[in-house]
Design a protein around this ligand. Structure first.
Ligand SMILES: C[S@@+](CC[C@H](N)C(=O)[O-])C[C@H]1O[C@@H](n2cnc3c(N)ncnc32)[C@H](O)[C@@H]1O
Length: 281
């Protein structure tokens, strides 16, 4: 076996973490992993695998690194505007007020909390329930904590920012505990906490988009943005088919701004615009 045989690394990572790197674009993923390994002064995959199997911090660092968890509230504001003006009213008209919504690959929570805020303009807060999932358990802990820097909040409409966020005072800042390795919150000068009334509307759970049994049924809307860009065409195709099965008839799929569903007609999706699709059958 060659020391830098990516096939070997993929097999070992699958055994250790149940993450199948075959589903992620190879050149990009290998480059990211190689950068991480080099930074640690390691020169071959077997040594790295040995480290991952004995050192929990190294494992957590690997998971954080490969999953690329950048997020922000109201990411791509135009699309959230469309959500507010067109999609949410349509969902309520089609399915009533008891909506079942899934934020898949939710990262630090910015997306599911944005969904709660967007829905709160149309529905009483106590009727809103968002199911939010990610493959990375550490990121879910950060999402549940609900503390953000100023930059993450840049897209939040002013009235909602005033209503649902609170700037932390110095004492509260000191009390914020870093989660995992290299938590940027630890070095922030200014931070905001999302309100408990927003947080309480979201249920977080660890789930893998590559795992068929992690999909559930009867969603009125699924939001999955800025993760499938890292997947191979085959893996993407499978995820879109599974989302199709997880949606109700006429349920909506909201995807990221650089993503699209190639061959969506064949999968029985209709296209509302570049980012919003609906299940047709
Ligand atoms: C770039 S973030 C996107 C966050 C948010 N959806 C947004 O658009 O701002 C990608 C997220 O996908 C998650 N992810 C990567 N692979 C995944 C998988 N196989 N199943 C579930 N989540 C995954 C990562 O942990 C990360 O939090």
């Amino acid at each position: 076996m060659a020391v830098n045989d990516y096939g070997y690394l993929k097999d070992q990572i699958l055994k250790l973490t149940k993450v199948d790197l075959n589903a992620y674009k190879e050149a990009q993923m290998k480059r990211r992993i190689d950068q991480l390994i080099t930074k640690k002064g390691i020169r071959d995959y077997p040594t790295y695998i040995k480290l991952l199997s004995t050192d929990r911090d190294a494992m957590e660092e690997f998971l954080n690194h490969f999953t690329i968890n950048v997020s922000e509230f109201y990411r791509n504001p135009d699309q959230w505007e469309f959500m507010d003006k067109e999609v949410i009213p349509m969902l309520i008209q089609r399915f009533g007020k008891n909506l079942k919504i899934w934020s898949a690959a939710c990262s630090t929570g910015d997306e599911p909390y944005s969904l709660v805020m967007a829905l709160s303009k149309h529905l009483p807060l106590n009727m809103i329930r968002i199911y939010a999932t990610d493959i990375d358990a550490t990121i879910i802990q950060k999402a549940k904590r609900g503390i953000y820097d100023e930059k993450s909040l840049a897209g939040v409409p002013k009235d909602l920012k005033a209503k649902y966020f609170r700037k932390l005072n110095d004492k509260e800042m000191d009390a914020v505990k870093p989660i995992g390795e290299s938590d940027p919150v630890a070095s922030l000068k200014v931070a905001y906490a999302v309100s408990d009334e927003i947080k309480s509307r979201v249920t977080f759970k660890k789930a893998n988009l590559l795992e068929p049994r992690d999909y559930m049924k009867d969603y009125h809307m699924i939001v999955c943005r800025n993760v499938l860009i890292y997947f191979t065409e085959d893996a993407k195709d499978q995820v879109f088919r599974r989302f199709h099965d997880s949606l109700v008839h006429e349920g909506i799929l909201f995807i990221g701004s650089t993503e699209q569903i190639t061959g969506y007609q064949k999968m029985n999706y209709g296209r509302k615009n570049s980012f919003f699709y609906e299940r047709l059958d």
